[in-house]
Design a protein around this ligand. Sequence first.
Ligand code: ATP
Ligand code: MG
Length: 414
Amino acid sequence: MFQQFPFPAAHTIDLRAWEFITLCAANGIDARLVGGCVRDALLYGDPLSSSRRRGSRPLTSTDIDIAIKAHPPDVIAFCKTHRLKCIPTGIAHGTLTILFKGLVCEVTSLRADINTHGRHATVTFGASFEEDAARRDFTMNALFVDHQQILYDAFDGLSDLRSGHVRFIGDPALRIAEDYLRLYRYFRFWGRFGKGEADISVLPVLDTIKDALSQLSIERVQSELLKILILPWPGAVLKSMMHYGLLNYIFGEEIDCAAGIKALRRLATLERFSGHSPCAVRRLCALTQSQNISDIFKLSRMQKRKIGSLNKTITEPDYEIALTHPEWWVDSMLLKDALSTDHLWSCRARAKTLTSPPPFPLTGADVIARGPAGAQIGEVLTAVKRQWIASGFTLDRNACLACLKYKTLHHSLE
Ligand code: ATP
Ligand code: MG
């Protein structure tokens, strides 16, 4: 049975979402907001909430999930009548993506999951809101709000949200066995909403589920892990994952997780105090400490190249990054300091002044105009570039031209 409360944070959810569920109600269809938009609005948008994070501004949520009391064909018919674009993104599970006045809404017919087996569930539609709540993962993710802004809470999700308790609906071991991705989601949501380290005592022993976990596609695991990595302060939750054995399970036994987490914590501090936003790839490099994870994760070519470049900075300063990918320069410098044993205060001071290098002020034409030809052009230009890099990119065009003059002369005398 649902407890009902007035919903105090309507203003933090896009107005068009309210319009959509009101339109549904006017047509006799009960549709309710659910999941992330409700949870986040309660946490960040409720002016009375004691758990509202300090300094956080309520943002207007546009990540809209809606639970609808209608079968998928009826929802499609409703969209046709109201000329709404409707894409059957996950029709087998009753999910339609509906575009309402430019707002993307993930609309899922009320359902109960039957025959769940690790990742895929056979579903049945026509469930009640209570049944639909019960198939969701955590109590804080099973909060619904209707068009009259009444909050429906079946499992004390509101108080769990306020106390930072990520709690499975039902027995954690059973819920994880239904869908093993929930193990990773548990840590991710704990990292976002939990207080302190995650409660791993509720989880099944890792060894007993390793085989089943290996059936999950690496893309899904990777996506959860990257989301964990870009949390403002992922240290505590990663420590819980380490204690549970999950980090070594993902990255292999060779990785020194404790050292990686320490580096990641330093990196997060440096980012915070220098105003650089978290970057998943940069943080992954800190966590894995130059371990080659290209074989483990499915990364894009660019991500692989970036990881390769950044990891080089651990063993030697990779000044070439400044020329080939100036935007990676800041990443590499932050990473280098995060992995160093230098005092954090001095690293923080350095991080504050870090900016991407300006473009190199000379071109090949400048060299040609001063005499060198053929292979000499590249050689002289490289020599000036190295001087420019060594100066910390402070040499301006005139200084580089003076350097070019010297190098050209020197070169011709050799
Ligand atoms: P986020 O801010 O990460 O998007 P979210 O809660 O909206 O958080 P989604 O992955 O978008 O998460 O899923 C929407 C809702 O669907 C969840 O809040 C939850 O109720 C339900 N859900 C999603 N994945 C699962 C799962 N694997 N098992 C059970 N319920 C799930
Ligand atoms: Mg969502």
